[in-house]
Each structure stands twice: as structure tokens, then as C-alpha cells.
Design a protein around this ligand. Structure first.
Ligand code: DX5
Ligand code: ZN
Length: 215
């Protein structure tokens, strides 16, 4: 399983040290939540912070855009050092084109589905994506409660992946804990994003090891 700690729950007064801690940890990717206060009711961080963290980070930057008109910012996030750019289905009018533009910039292209957005909608676009991120909370905040129907969505996506894009990575984001992580992995999740359940630990690297032990 690929583990992607979400720095939304990290200490923003010492983000550089948090990145260095993640470099030394067993974490695989670093998940960065970009919010615009329009698509979601919260504002977080953007291009300048990704740019500042990129030279420090020794692991891929998995950038989750919770913004409207994501296609306008592809070049900026590529130049800032994003390795994966994940955009929401709900705000993408020309998804094939936008995914192609993300790939052309050398990044992995990801589609994100809100909890209410149905997996079968991906039928005609799945082969153009590297990652599908299933939101298991309504995006906007860390520390929310996991929405239980996410397991069913993972299973639906596994079936579609086998048919259309066997190399696709299925990522799950929101409310992931040590309790539900084993169930998510056995349902077919390849990547788990974890914010609060990692950064609330007294010993964060040890908590990361606990997640990584899950098979
Ligand atoms: C929520 C973000 C998540 C968030 C997850 O909108 O997309 O990445 O940081 O945090 P937890 O694991 O605390 O739900
Ligand atoms: Zn996220």
C-alpha cells in the first residue's frame, strides 16, 4: 500500500521540518491539499507553498486541487514541482483535454470524485488517468468522519479498472484511520491519504510505520 500523509494536518509554523520528518519516515508520497474557498468552504495553500516545499521533499508531491477551473493552473503547479495533479470531476468540463495537458507537463494525472459522484461516470475517461482519488468525506477539512459507502465505490472502481486501465492507482482520501485502513486495502485501495490519524499521534513516524504494516 502506498501511504500519502496529508500535510493539511501538519504544523504550518514548521512545514519545512515536517517535510524533512516525512523524508526520513516510511511515507511514500506527500499529499498537499489546495483549496480555493469556492469549490470547498475553506482556503488553504497554493502554488508558492508547493514551490517552497519542492526542493525539500524527497518524495512525490501528490497535489489535490479543490479549486474551480483547475485547468488554468496546470503550468503553475508543474513549474512549482507537483508530481501528481489531481482535479475534481465536478469542476471539469473538458476532462480528457485537461488530463492530457497534465500528462504533457510530465505529471501523473488524477481524477477526484466527491462522495456523491458515481463511479460509472468514469467509463469514458478512465483510460486517460493515472490515478482516481475517491473522496471518503466531503472535501474541505481534515479530521472528518469516514463515509461508509466508500467501500462500495472502491469495489466498483476495481472492476472498471480491471476492464479499462489495469495500471490505474485507486486512492482514498478522508477519515482514514488504523481501524478502516485494512478494509480499504482489501477492498482494492492502492493509496491511502491520511491526515489527522497520522499528525495527531505523539510519535508521527511510528504511526506511519503502523499504517505501512497494513497489507
Ligand atoms: C480533505 C482533504 C484531505 C484531508 C484528509 O478535504 O482532501 O486530504 O487532509 O484528512 P483526514 O485524514 O484527517 O480526514
Ligand atoms: Zn486531499
Amino acid at each position: 500500500m502506498i501511504l500519502a500523509p496529508s500535510i493539511l494536518s501538519a504544523d504550518f509554523t514548521r512545514l519545512g521540518e515536517e517535510i524533512e520528518m516525512l523524508n526520513r519516515s516510511e511515507a511514500d508520497w506527500i499529499h498537499i491539499d489546495v483549496m480555493d474557498g469556492v469549490f470547498v468552504p475553506n482556503i488553504t495553500i497554493g502554488v508558492p507553498v508547493v514551490k517552497a516545499l519542492n526542493p525539500l521533499a524527497e518524495k512525490p508531491l501528490d497535489v489535490h486541487l479543490m479549486i474551480v477551473e483547475p485547468e488554468k493552473y496546470i503550468d503553475q503547479f508543474a513549474d512549482a514541482g507537483a508530481d501528481h495533479l489531481l482535479i475534481h470531476y465536478e469542476v471539469s468540463i473538458h476532462l480528457n483535454r485537461t488530463l492530457a495537458e497534465i500528462r504533457a507537463k510530465g505529471m501523473k494525472a488524477g481524477i477526484v470524485l466527491n462522495p456523491h459522484t458515481n463511479v460509472p461516470l468514469l467509463e469514458n475517461v478512465l483510460e486517460y488517468a493515472d490515478i482516481v482519488l475517491l473522496m471518503s468525506v466531503n472535501p474541505g477539512f481534515g479530521g472528518q468522519k469516514f463515509i461508509e459507502n466508500s467501500y462500495r465505490k472502491i469495489e466498483e472502481l476495481v472492476a472498471m479498472k480491471q476492464r479499462l486501465n489495469p495500471n490505474l492507482l485507486i486512492e482514498v482520501d478522508g477519515g482514514v484511520t488504523l481501524d478502516n485502513a485494512p478494509l480499504l486495502v482489501s477492498a482494492g485501495a492502492d493509496v491511502l491519504v491520511v491526515g489527522n490519524s497520522i499528525f495527531s499521534a505523539d510519535n508521527v513516524p511510528a504511526r506511519i510505520v503502523e499504517f505501512k504494516r497494513i497489507e
